[in-house]
Design a protein around this ligand. Sequence first.
Ligand code: TYM
Length: 345
Amino acid sequence: MELKERVFSGMQPTGSLHLGNYLGAMVQWIEMQKTHACIYCVVDLHAITVWQDPKELRDAIRQVTAAYIASGLDPKKSILFNQSQVAAHAELAWFFNCVARLGWLNRMTQFKEKAGKDRENASVGLYAYPNLMAADILAYRATHVPVGEDQKQHLELARDIAQKFNNDFRAEIEAKGYKDGLFFPQPEPVITGPATRVMSLRDGTKKMSKSDPSDLSRINLTDDAETIARKIQKAKTDPEPLPSEAAGLAGRPEADNLVGIYAALAGKTKDSVLAEFGGQQFSSFKKSLAEVAVGRLGPIGAEVRRLTSDPAEIDRVLADGSARARTIAAPIMDEVKDIVGLIRS
Ligand code: TYM
């Protein structure tokens, strides 16, 4: 049996999407939609590993779905759905809880960051989060996973889980006709978006993130033109003018980040951006950056607002996507149960 190439990725509905999500992942998702069968998920079960207000969560699930569509994902072509509507995710995660080792999870840096000092008080779900993520991907036997750089370690874990499952159950897997014990693929991270690590506008050494308490640290896909311009104008910089080539950005994290964002939004290299702006002060560069950002994100924000005004239509998209996702995942789950030695009747 041949493994078909299939793309899976997801984003958490924990607030509105930001420029990091867009440049680090979404742009690549849209690209891959042209060539691959793609499944793009709103990972609501991951969101609840930390406390979410139920009403805000419902709104966020619809808003993230709207942002997927507004950014250019086509719900007819790709499968768009929310994770909790397809039981295979939680189900396969249980199997992977039994495959992954405590030592593997103990190495996950994201858990350490999110749990902070009060680790005893973190949810068990937050700890097992990477197993659910592996289940998301492998419930479809997906081969390619477009993500930003921060997800690299989680994807390595997903690969380890796939490999251990294949090894542990090799005899059963081969008896089912899979050559070389290859039931689960080794999912490949695709970390090639135009900016795989977008940094905070307030601190060039910190990742742009939904959980940063300062809204000035990020540009949301739903920010209006005025807000985008104000956030860029307030973005932290250093006192030097811009260098004339990318090598001059070393040791200047804020400058590097802003030039990187400009380059990613305009589809240019950092060198070509600096060929134009090298020697100039940040004030004039920021004006141009705001124009580029508004030009690119403004229409997406407007479309998100239009789509979210009809929640029933978004729910229909999610229902349709969930039904299509279930059709792919259900037979894979059946095989997992057979392989492990469970009875299905
Ligand atoms: P999440 O919701 O934090 O982020 C969604 C996607 O956006 C990327 N990203 C960034 N890229 C560049 N710069 C940034 N500052 C930045 N911030 C976020 C992330 O790398 C990600 O690709 N665990 C995942 C969601 C997930 C998932 C999956 C992904 C659950 N199951 C299965 C892939 C496959 C997460 O929390 O992403």
